[in-house]
Write a protein that binds this ligand. Structure first.
Ligand code: CTP
Length: 408
């Protein structure tokens, strides 16, 4: 199952050097399962050939409203009615202005104007020189496009083809792909702020050594990504992992359990949902050394003492907001055996409405997982699947529960 299976996207190219990225974007969209119909303006054809786009999309490219290949001679109607979305990438400053004015004197602007507003969303990836981007006319057009219902994906920052540096680059194909995938996810958490902990913690023994565990952070990162796709503001408090930050997520990196607690305390007041997926070290060393512990040649081994770490989830769940339901708390249980009994016991011990159990050794570092949801009413199994697809299902389930608890 690919993220864009069944989606049909009209990919519109307008005149700009960023057209070279649209070839990669087209490929990325089709790889993700979409069918792509490319439409190019005459200016776009100055930058990249229709042949390239035809080969990548496996479909004949359209460029003229007078295209006689359509039996009814109405490509603007036929192409726009089939689409699940129209994505203009790159969208030049001129094309933004044309959209704002409702111009219809060439195929791409014509089909944008002719699209059914309720069912065919318009997605825009602007690309232009930084001065053109910053110009009041462009910024005014941008606001108007949003008021007219378009989704503007924003621009990147950095070196521009003209030699200048600043805002206005088209987003990279992979970023646009993620934005398109995210666009199609139901916005079930709009208005929510989700706080997620993820990954292991690292408890120092001395400045160069420490104790940690095998958690990869992948499940927590997938949940942060799915919550963002669902329209929430997301803060991700991450232990030491090498994973990229999910798009649009505010990430706070920490090392130890106590760092994680203090980051959570900083952000929890804004949160309406707290999902604790982190594999927090239960103990830290009570006698961590300030300097590297050296071998003295005698064969003596260091003796470590341990102190219990704070239980972050239990503390948050037992806070007044956690208790009142204003903050919906979700715990995870990484078990090695007796998943159901351990998860049920842990839910009660932590005082959370929902606890998600998984078998730690079977999931740490993997891209897939299987989950067991335990709440006051019983259990629900989520069969083995990719962590992102499980995260999306879990977010949908959390959204249903928060809606139900808001109504009670
Ligand atoms: N957790 C936490 N702070 C801790 C320990 C755990 O916030 N100091 C959270 C985890 O993020 C997870 C849940 O509590 O959501 C359960 O974590 P787990 O390690 O499975 O359970 P423990 O409480 O450590 O219990 P045990 O080690 O006995 O299984």
């Amino acid at each position: 199952m690919n993220d864009l299976d069944g989606k049909h996207i009209v990919l519109g190219l307008t005149g700009g050097i960023a057209c070279y990225k649209s070839a990669e974007l087209c490929r990325a969209l089709t790889k993700a399962g979409a069918t792509v119909q490319v439409v190019m303006t005459a200016a776009a054809e100055q930058f990249i050939t229709p042949i390239t786009m035809q080969a990548l999309s496996q479909r004949v490219v359209y460029g003229s409203q007078w295209d006689a290949r359509e039996p009814n001679n109405m490509p603007h109607i036929n192409l726009s009615r089939e689409a699940d979305a129209i994505l203009i990438a790159p969208c030049s400053a001129d094309f933004m202005a044309r959209l704002v004015q409702g111009r219809a004197d060439e195929l791409l602007s014509l089909l944008c104007l002719a699209r059914p507003l309720e069912t065919v969303p318009l997605l825009i990836a602007p690309a232009m020189n930084r001065e053109m981007w910053a110009h009041p006319a462009t910024q005014r057009n941008l606001k108007q496009l949003e008021l007219d219902g378009a989704t503007v994906f924003g621009v990147g920052q950095g070196d521009q083809a003209c030699g200048e540096t600043g805002d206005g680059r088209m987003l990279e194909p992979q970023e646009l792909l993620l934005d398109v995938i995210s666009f199609f996810q139901p916005k079930v958490l709009k208005g929510h702020h989700v706080l997620v902990t993820a990954g292991p913690t690292y408890e120092a023994i001395d400045p160069v050594r420490g104790i940690t565990n095998l958690s990869s952070g992948k499940m927590g990162f997938a949940i942060a990504c799915a919550a963002r796709e669902a329209g929430a503001d997301v803060t991700l408090v991450a232990g030491p992992v090498g994973l990229p930050t999910p798009r649009g997520v505010n990430r706070v990196d920490i090392k130890s359990a106590r760092d994680m607690l203090s980051a959570v305390q900083t952000h929890v007041d804004r949160a309406t949902i707290f999902v604790a997926t982190a594999a927090v070290a239960d103990w830290r060393t009570g006698n961590a050394a300030d300097q590297k512990i050296k071998k003295d040649g005698s064969g003596a081994t260091p003796v470590l003492s341990f102190v219990e770490n704070p239980d972050i989830l239990a503390a948050v769940a037992q806070s007044p907001r956690g208790q009142s339901g204003a903050l919906f708390c979700v715990g995870f249980a990484a078990e090695s055996h007796d998943l159901l009994a351990n998860a049920q016991a842990k839910r009660l011990r932590k005082g959370v409405p929902l606890l998600v159990g998984n078998i730690g050794p079977a999931t740490f570092g993997q891209d897939d997982n299987a989950l067991l949801l335990v709440d006051a009413d019983g259990t629900q199994e989520m069969a083995r699947a990719s962590k992102l697809s499980l995260a999306r299902k879990l977010i949908a389930s959390i959204a249903t529960r928060t809606r139900a608890s808001a109504q009670n």
